[in-house]
Design a binder for this molecule. Structure first.
Ligand code: NPQ
Ligand code: MG
Length: 376
């Protein structure tokens, strides 16, 4: 299905629903520890049926400048009125429609996703089919939070390796990096696909320290330096032999193009929320493909709603490395949709119309903390 052929739909109402989901275990990164996710779900009600979106913004502006209350405010005050004023709107026209709102990409991505889901459900087309997926299952990795105790870290990694995850990503920060990587390499051997994610915790002056990771044959170092230090990543890339992968810095196709041109990264982590939606995510996929830059699908501790869309995105051809598209039970005791499960290290790409999954009403009710509905 060519991207521009979506039929469009009239959005009658936008429901903003907040849910609280406790994480099975606390998740620590260089920017903080999460014990529970407070998630904003967007439901668009259209003349042709409903569509679901999930906003990936966190409670605090610590991964990026966006945060959940801010995203909800922007949707309510600026994005929803633009959408509700249209006779017919489409995901393919959404970015232009809200171009007057600068930034707020996670907020925009959630609304665009809901509109796209409504259109695709109505058209009987899956996210994967629409986006150009070429696989019915995607190779899956897992992101492992920072552990104080190396013995406990090895136990956690052992559990994931035994579950079948195809690669391990260790969260790192200064003071919890080289020793942890060495211990995991020593215990699991040279064949374990292993990478690290610093979430911007280092400075260019740490280049010699980061080069100490080179001997452990990592697939990549993800976002070692601050978001706006793209040129510094290019300098770092000359000083370490492990490939540099950007996450936080890649906020748009333009940012991706500039980073590639500067040789700031050899690999790109694609997260639709971070770049303003699944359509921009697909464009970045295509751009990277054209430049010989492999990509992989990041994760933001999504429910089954966001996970379904991520898995669909990860089925595109240039998603060459396993993604953070882990099974539902990596994070949740009970997901709000039918759970995504790991089968031989892979997760199945949904085939039903739109996302191919929807929230289970009883579970959704149980976890809902507030609902507000916006109409024209
Ligand atoms: C990353 N995700 O790749 C992110 C970081 C992250 C799976 O490592 C709330 C909001 C919690 C945003 C936890 C993974 C979060 C979050 C982790 C982002 O950098
Ligand atoms: Mg990351």
């Amino acid at each position: 299905m060519p991207p521009e052929t979506l039929p469009g739909t009239h959005v009658e109402a936008i429901e903003l629903r907040r849910i609280a989901l406790p994480l099975k275990t606390p998740f620590r990164t260089s920017f903080g520890t999460e014990t529970e996710r407070d998630i904003l779900l967007v439901k668009v009600v259209t003349a042709d049926g409903v569509g679901w979106g999930e906003c990936v913004a966190g409670i605090e502006p610590s991964y990026s400048s966006e945060y959940i209350d801010g995203a909800q405010h922007v949707i309510k005050q600026f994005l929803a009125p633009d959408v509700l004023a249209e006779k017919s709107t489409s995901a393919v026209r959404f970015a232009d429609l809200v171009a007057g709102v600068k930034g707020h990409r996670m907020a925009k991505a959630a609304v665009e996703m809901a509109i796209l889901d409504a259109e695709l459900r109505h058209a009987g087309v899956s996210f994967a089919e629409y986006l150009g997926g070429v696989r019915d299952r995607v190779d899956t990795g897992v992101s492992v939070g920072i552990h104080d105790d190396i013995g406990e870290l090895l136990e956690t990694v052992d559990g994931y390796v035994n579950s079948g995850y195809m690669r391990i990503k260790l969260k790192i920060e200064p003071g919890s990096d080289i020793e942890q990587v060495r211990a995991v390499r020593e215990k699991f051997g040279p064949d374990l696909p292993l990478q690290v994610d610093a979430n911007t915790a280092y400075r260019l002056s740490d280049a010699r320290h980061l080069a100490r990771l080179d001997e452990y044959e990592l697939l990549l170092i993800e976002q070692p330096l601050p978001e706006d230090e793209v040129r510094a990543h290019a300098e770092l890339a000359l000083k370490v032999s492990t490939p540099i992968c950007l996450d936080e810095s890649v906020t748009s196709i333009q940012a991706a193009a500039d980073a590639i041109e500067l040789k700031a990264c050899a690999i790109v982590n694609i997260k639709a929320g971070r770049v303003g939606g699944y359509l921009e995510a697909r464009r970045i996929h295509d751009l990277c493909w054209g430049h010989g830059i492999p990509v992989w699908c990041g994760g933001m501790l999504e429910t089954g709603i966001g996970r379904a869309a991520n898995v669909a995105l990860a089925s595109l051809p240039n998603f060459a490395l396993p993604g953070d598209t882990s099974a539902s039970d990596r994070y949740w005791a009970t997901d709000i949709t039918e759970p995504f499960v790991l089968e031989n290290g892979r997760v199945r790409v949904p085939t039903g119309p739109g996302l191919g999954v929807e929230p289970l009403p009883d579970i959704l009710d149980e976890v809902t903390t507030s609902v507000e509905t916006i109409t024209a």
